[in-house]
Design a binder for this molecule. Structure first.
Ligand SMILES: [Zn+2]
Length: 209
């Protein structure tokens, strides 16, 4: 699994996400933020913070550098299976693009194959590819669904994402622990109530904890 992960991250264009020390402009920017909020960027605990923040953002936004073709192509199979495939409870961590704070939770994915299925281990990787970047939950949900529709050409696909947003929880706007649920249903998952109901019935056991 770890070997595979290495292969999937293509070398980013030089300067986009340099892997080594933080660029000076990044260090300066973080130091200015620290200064602006009343901190001393030179005190011992904060001296290494700009470099750490840089490494963290490279890690948390590595989805931009994942090549979707390499992610998918070795793991799409033609099989004679045409019943619904459902993968539930895929954990993910993302960053809200409005506040650069985490939102995290689980993605639940179902699709009805026409001929192609995707290797089971790849489905969480698809979620990760879209989660590890600056996001809004609604768009991430749609991107996952549209990607699977495009690459697998299934009869239909459904994605339900349930997440907590620290920009809500930490700022006291909402009750602690409140979650947001978003869904995207395409193809027969949209047009056929029976298919959609079958998908939702698979999820109910998880989502009604
Ligand atoms: Zn936010």
């Amino acid at each position: 699994m770890d070997d595979e992960r290495e292969l999937l991250v293509v070398d980013p264009t030089p300067g986009a996400h340099p892997a080594g020390a933080a660029p000076e402009i990044f260090v300066d920017a973080v130091r200015r933020i620290l200064d602006e909020i009343g901190e001393d960027p030179d005190r011992e605990g904060l001296r290494g913070t700009p470099d750490r923040v840089h490494r963290m953002y490279v890690e948390l936004t590595r989805g931009y550098a994942i090549d979707p073709d390499r992610l998918i192509n070795s793991a799409v199979f033609d099989v004679g299976y045409n019943e619904m495939v459902v993968v539930r409870g895929i954990e993910f961590y993302s960053l809200c693009e409005h506040h650069l704070l985490p939102f995290f939770g689980t993605a639940n994915i179902g699709y009805l194959p026409r001929t192609r299925v995707l290797g089971l281990s790849k489905i969480p990787r698809v979620v990760e590819m879209f989660a590890r970047r600056l996001q809004v939950q609604e768009r991430m949900t749609t991107q996952i669904a549209e990607f699977l529709l495009d690459r697998l050409d299934p009869l239909g696909v459904g994605v339900v994402v349930e997440a907590q947003h620290l920009c809500l929880a930490m700022r006291g706007v909402q009750k602690h622990g409140a979650t947001m649920v978003t869904s995207s249903v395409l193809g027969t998952f949209r047009s056929s109530r029976q298919t959609r109901d079958e998908f939702m019935a698979h999820l109910d056991r998880d989502l009604r904890r």
